[in-house]
Design a protein around this ligand. Structure first.
Ligand SMILES: [Zn+2]
Length: 595
């Protein structure tokens, strides 16, 4: 995950690998805090001398870079989060007076287009910081509680750190133990974290209204430049379009990987399922970075930066390093950092490819000013670049190259059945992501943030028992979460599994950026295949096209701009994503039948 410039979601320490996306990267903004932000909650413009525009731009750029470097240390070395210290003395930067200075600059008639774009992004970023700061104490409290919490299970004599428990779900072979562990994690969530998150939610809704928005949803829509209910409408159609193929595929993969059908599957089995023990030989950790290099060089890309350096890759095994891959845009294009802690498995390979999308993107940025390059409104485009790279594992043409690559390195050759299994798992994961994000999470998060049940009638019709979720009380919220996620997963969530209804939340609807990114990534595959042929994986012109048309523009392009540059109408085509899933599954079946 790349954090969005507006209302930057902080790195959540409760990173359950059960539910995490392939992506958990942080860039310029997401830094956890362990001490309250210093007087940041009440930036009093009257007491602060107003900064001029040049000072605002310079200070915010410096702030952003320092935060990224510190975030990188926290992620790789276990350095305690220090962002609260960064806010010290910066009240004038985040004041209403600063916003007024930017507004005034935006009214200048002679403003160049890219300069205006940059200033607009800067204004959104500062406006979101003003609200984020008020929520920082709650995030700190959640993070501190997560770090301190222990999980106890009968099969282990020692308590386990709450933060390490989700990883254990992927490696634990025994389904009963996984379920037990999941219940213990849920207990901590319910008893320790949720009470804090209830208070955070109330503060978030109040902060949005104080900032002048109609409500939290309206604020998020302005910050991300998208209508949440429109994305949800696409999600509803996607669920309907994929329901039968999703269920058949999930059932088959579940039987192959964890030995039970979809009806008996649990959320606690999910990360084990995508670690995919049946094909793990092809995804050994030593092969992951070389495979990425093979993919990139085939399309004329590499990990070099425009300034002649390299993306800094940290693949050390520091004990305090966070396991999941991440990318930090410290000072692009010169300073972009990719952090990995390689583990065997298909999920880890996919995550590395996804993060490489973020890294290659910003190592090739040329647009100025800095704000246009770095502070864009929506992160859907860069998330789509990551997903575009990751979902190459759905394509038999790429897998043929991957197989040859492994054989050349002395690895056993993958059979056609194994290649088909890889395609099936990759597509299943993609379908699950879209169903989870564009349908279940958007439906739920709209209600969590204060919208009423009557506004999502079509979505409610997909729920098994809509009458039980219509209230605005806590129990109805949890019920809605459970039912919506049950539709997305294809099996009924139990009590323990619905306990994450307050922590499985993407601040200011980052979930909408992800949702649109999934559709956009499928569109990218379609466009690149049409433009460069089905076996585009060996054509360096692909990298040239991506660089010139997309990556060089940094964060300045909207998702609609990207669609247009690929030759599509200016909308996210979720139906195309559903057709792609169907086509991949058909191709997997035919590959499996061939010898
Ligand atoms: Zn990402």
């Amino acid at each position: 995950m790349l954090s969005a410039p507006p209302l930057r979601p902080r790195v959540r320490l409760i990173t359950s690998s059960v539910l995490l996306l392939a992506c958990s990267s942080v860039t310029r903004s997401s830094v956890t805090q362990t001490t309250p932000p210093v007087s940041a909650t009440t930036a009093a413009p009257a007491a602060s001398p107003a900064l001029d525009l040049a000072a605002i731009r310079a200070q915010y750029r410096a702030f952003d870079r320092l935060r990224a470097v510190l975030g990188w240390y926290t992620r790789t070395q276990g350095e305690p989060p220090l962002s609260a210290l960064l806010y010290l003395g910066r009240e004038p930067l985040f004041s209403a007076a600063s916003l007024a200075v930017i507004d005034s600059a935006l009214r200048r008639p002679d403003l160049a287009a890219e300069e205006a774009l940059g200033l607009r992004f800067l204004r959104l970023a500062l406006a979101s910081e003003r609200v984020s700061l008020q929520l920082a104490p709650f995030d700190d409290e959640v993070n501190a509680a997560s770090i301190a919490a222990k999980v106890r299970v009968a099969f282990d004599s020692q308590p386990m750190a709450f933060l390490h428990a989700p990883l254990r779900l992927a490696t634990e072979r025994d389904a009963g133990r996984r379920a037990q562990l999941y219940e213990a994690i849920s207990r901590v969530t319910l008893e320790t974290l949720n009470p804090i998150l209830v208070r955070k939610e109330a503060a978030a809704q109040a902060a949005a209204r104080t900032a002048g928005y109609a409500d939290y949803v309206a604020m998020s829509e302005e910050l991300r430049g998208t209508r949440i209910d429109s994305v949800l409408a696409e999600g509803i159609e996607y669920v309907k379009a994929t329901d039968s193929i999703y269920r058949v595929t999930a059932d088959r993969v579940a039987r192959e990987e964890v030995g039970v059908g979809l009806d008996r599957l649990r959320v606690s089995d999910w990360s084990r399922l995508f670690a995919s023990p049946s094909v793990i030989e092809a995804f050994r950790k030593e092969m992951q970075l070389p495979a990425l290099t093979m993919f990139l060089s085939g399309i004329g890309l590499d990990m070099k930066t425009l300034t002649g350096g390299e993306v800094k890759i940290d693949d050390s095994l520091h004990p305090l390093k966070v396991r999941r891959a991440a990318v930090f845009w410290v000072d692009p294009p010169a300073d972009v950092r990719l952090v990995v802690k390689p583990q065997d498995g298909m999920q880890d390979m996919g995550t590395l490819f996804h993060e490489a999308g973020h890294a290659v993107h910003m190592a090739r940025v040329t647009i100025t000013p800095w704000e246009a390059a770095m502070l864009g409104q929506s992160n859907a485009p860069t998330e789509a670049f990551g997903e575009f790279f990751r979902t190459t594992f759905e394509d038999p043409r790429f897998l043929a190259r991957f197989k040859a690559f492994l054989v050349a390195r002395g690895q056993p050759a993958l059979s056609n059945a194994q290649l088909a299994a890889v395609m099936r798992r990759s597509t299943l994961q993609q379908m699950n992501y879209i169903r989870r994000y564009a349908f279940a999470k958007l439906l739920y998060e709209l209600r969590l943030h204060g919208r009423s049940a009557s506004q999502d009638g079509t979505a409610m019709a997909l729920l098994p028992a809509p009458d039980r979720v219509r209230g605005d009380d806590d129990a109805s919220l949890r019920e809605l979460y459970g039912q919506a996620l049950s539709v997305a997963y294809g099996f009924t969530l139990n009590e323990a599994e619905s306990a994450r209804y307050r922590s499985d939340v993407d601040d200011t609807f980052y979930s909408a950026d992800y949702s649109r990114a999934f559709a956009l990534a499928a569109m990218m595959h379609d466009a690149i295949r049409r433009k460069f042929g089905v076996d585009w994986y060996g054509n360096p012109e692909v990298g040239k096209f991506l660089t010139e048309q997309l990556f060089a523009r940094g964060t300045s392009l909207s998702a609609e701009d990207v669609a247009e540059r690929l030759g599509f109408p200016r909308r996210m085509d979720f139906a195309l994503a559903a057709r792609r899933a169907r086509a991949v599954l058909a191709a997997a079946d035919s590959l499996e039948r061939s010898r």
